[in-house]
Design a protein around this ligand. Sequence first.
Ligand SMILES: Nc1ncnc2c1ncn2[C@@H]1O[C@H](COP(=O)(O)OP(=O)(O)OP(=O)(O)O)[C@@H](O)[C@H]1O
Ligand SMILES: Cc1cn([C@H]2C[C@H](O)[C@@H](COP(=O)(O)O)O2)c(=O)[nH]c1=O
Length: 198
Amino acid sequence: MSNDSKGKLIVIEGIDGTGKSTQARMLAEQLRSQGLQVKQSFEPTNGPWGSKLRASATSGRLSIEEELELFLKDRRQHVDELIQPTISSGGIVILDRYYFSTMAYQGARGIDPLEIRQANESFAPQPDLLLILDLPVDLALERVGVRDGQANEFEQRDSLQFCRDLFLSLQDEPFAKLVDASRDIDEVHRQIMENVTV
Ligand SMILES: Nc1ncnc2c1ncn2[C@@H]1O[C@H](COP(=O)(O)OP(=O)(O)OP(=O)(O)O)[C@@H](O)[C@H]1O
Ligand SMILES: Cc1cn([C@H]2C[C@H](O)[C@@H](COP(=O)(O)O)O2)c(=O)[nH]c1=O
């Protein structure tokens, strides 16, 4: 779905540990300090479907069909209740993960990422800006404190490499910007601010 709303949708993506939550918080603070109306959110959400998904990461992974269905239900609710109303009223939404994560992570489980994209774009607005935080898998895992054998179900090295490659494949989209997440926190924030026009 194209985004012809008055507000802006800014999405931060990247594999686990690339600094998405840190940068989403810093970006939201920066924009609020400029007097802008900002809603910061994340996926999976803390709603009923998102909570079930988060629980499954440690208690036992769902089948790919059930997992994909829950991510779609969670996102529909997020779009209907927070994303679309905020951008329709002229506000800025900053998201820590969106449907590009579904293309990556559920793509890594064997579903065609393009089919995932089409299913999502039938109801979810495209972002105005997609910030892809890029970091080698080993460095990302080091940051989240995951050592061999201790990764949770979503954090296996091979699938994270698939996810990193998928995110990198999106860098030529007209709304995408690649950010070098290996730099220090303030430098990553500076790279992000260079690309944000509000
Ligand atoms: N640029 C950076 N350099 C070094 N450490 C960082 C940087 N950005 C974030 N960190 C640290 O790395 C860890 C992971 O950061 P953060 O939670 O923001 O990442 P994330 O991408 O949201 O992770 P996840 O997807 O697992 O939730 C935190 O301890 C954070 O303080
Ligand atoms: C939106 C979305 C997320 N995931 C996975 C990716 C992560 O491993 C977890 C969320 O963890 P976070 O540390 O809170 O970011 O969920 C996914 O597989 N598919 C998705 O669409």
